[in-house]
Design a protein around this ligand. Structure first.
Ligand code: MN
Length: 442
């Protein structure tokens, strides 16, 4: 702007609009902010989160390299206009998500433009840059959205098969319904927490096979489940079914999700209605919501579905993503986490779109801020198992973390870190991490 003192901001804007805008996913785009090739947050990503810094109230920001771009500052400076003022001043993404996919897309394109190395508007405005770009090291990250409802699925064939073999034997590994629909249960939104939140060991009814009667006490078989979470950004009406295209349009983005699980509580309580307290005490999510649009270049065909799904579940588009995931576990005495699982979201049998279609198929209304857990993501190989239940094969093969340190299930003081990213050519679209440390029940 300083280069054109006689021009109004609107005229400058018009001028910039006449350029052919590159797509925000263009791998050639560069930001004026230096971003390392291994960073999760290049200009091709632009994930949304909620942060606070410098004593100011939590608001919406976008991660770029080692910085957070404060969208509320940009909105107040009339650089971002999404319609109603103050959408980015709120401590959640829900108001922004409610505006719909056209606004999501236009906003991402505008943020991309503002951050581009060949676009002077923010680059050359020292004063605005100082206000709007906050070093990541100085911010506290919060829950990115208010969770309306939380549903967890069970959609990895490898995971369901492993668990089935363990408890029912090879011949009955998959239940008869599994290949016909995405199996799920309604979980608790109240205990979905941000990365870094300590997880108190749950208490519950335990009845090991050797005990005659149940007792109440701290869980002894505490586990994690590596999952992706779908963030639903649009509502559907009660009684309304969704097509594949409608379901996809409702998906705002994805987070990494740790569905903490108390295996011993689960084993006793789950008959006949499924998981309850074993899953209700905590679910951790990563702080940045990576948009569906940013994942578009990594879209791919999922596994062949045989038998063919019923008509309402058929998908014509490839709805899986090539998204690498790993899990690190650090026992209290260790300096660094040991990687205990490296897998990929691409293995999921039922896609997120199919899960959402199925979820609404009875007439169940979906809300802005609904969170759908994918189900534990395991792959065909041993190092691709996404839970300790599978890694330690129900406690019979403890995993070695360091000299003399082994684990079958989680101990107090253990810290678990999950990471995820899509690898592009010279850049990665990443999620950051979701971390949780176990603390004693009392
Ligand atoms: Mn789960």
């Amino acid at each position: 702007l300083t280069a054109h003192p006689g021009m109004t901001r609107d005229k400058v804007r018009q001028l910039f609009r006449q350029e052919t805008m590159p797509h925000p996913n263009d791998p050639k785009l560069r930001s004026f902010i230096d971003v390392a090739p291994t960073s999760d947050f290049p200009i091709q990503n632009l994930p949304y989160g909620v942060f606070s810094a410098n004593g100011l109230a939590p608001r919406v920001g976008v991660a770029i390299g080692d910085y957070v771009l404060d969208l509320w500052e940009l909105e107040q400076d009339s650089r971002l206009d999404v319609g109603p003022l103050g959408v980015f001043s709120q401590p959640s993404l829900n108001a922004f998500m409610a505006l719909g996919p056209k606004v999501w897309s236009a906003t991402r394109a505008r943020i991309s433009e503002l951050l581009r190395s060949d676009h002077p508007e923010l680059r050359d405005n020292r004063e605005l840059r100082a206000r709007a770009l906050v070093p990541m090291a100085d911010v506290k990250l919060h829950m990115p959205f208010a969770v309306s409802g939380y549903t967890d699925f069970y959609s990895s064939k490898e995971h369901a098969t492993n668990v089935g073999v363990m408890f029912r034997g090879k011949d009955n590994a998959l239940q008869p319904n599994w290949l016909h629909m995405p199996i799920g249960y309604n979980g608790r939104a109240s205990t979905v927490v941000a990365s870094g939140t300590k997880v108190k060991r749950p208490r519950g009814q335990l009845k090991p096979p050797t005990a005659e009667v149940p007792s109440f006490g701290p869980c002894k078989r505490l586990d994690f489940e590596l999952e992706m979470g779908v963030v639903v950004g649009q509502a559907s009406a009660m009684g309304e079914m969704l097509t594949e295209a409608q379901a996809e349009e409702m998906i705002f983005g994805f987070v990494i999700l740790n569905d903490w699980s108390a295996r011993d509580i689960q084993q006793w309580e789950y008959v006949p209605l499924g998981p309850f307290q074993a899953k209700a005490f905590a679910t951790s999510i990563s702080p940045w919501v990576v948009t569906r649009e940013a994942l578009e270049p990594f879209r791919m065909q999922g596994p062949v579905q045989q038998p063919e799904p019923l008509a309402y579940l058929k998908q014509v588009r490839p709805n899986n993503y090539d998204l690498a995931l790993d899990v690190g576990l650090r026992a209290g005495a260790m300096n660094e986490a040991k990687t205990i699982c490296s897998t990929n979201f691409k293995y999921m049998y039922w896609s997120s779109v199919q899960q959402l279609v199925h979820h609404a198929s009875s007439g169940c209304a979906m809300n802005v801020g609904d969170l759908l857990g994918s189900g534990t993501i395991s792959g065909p190989e041993k190092h691709q198992r996404g839970s300790l239940l599978e890694i330690s094969w129900n406690g019979t093969e403890p995993v070695e973390l360091a000299d003399g340190v082994t684990r079958s299930f989680l101990e107090n003081g253990d810290s678990l870190v999950m990471r995820g990213w899509c690898q592009g050519d010279g850049y990665r679209v990443g999620f950051g991490e979701v971390e949780g440390t176990i603390v004693a029940a009392e």
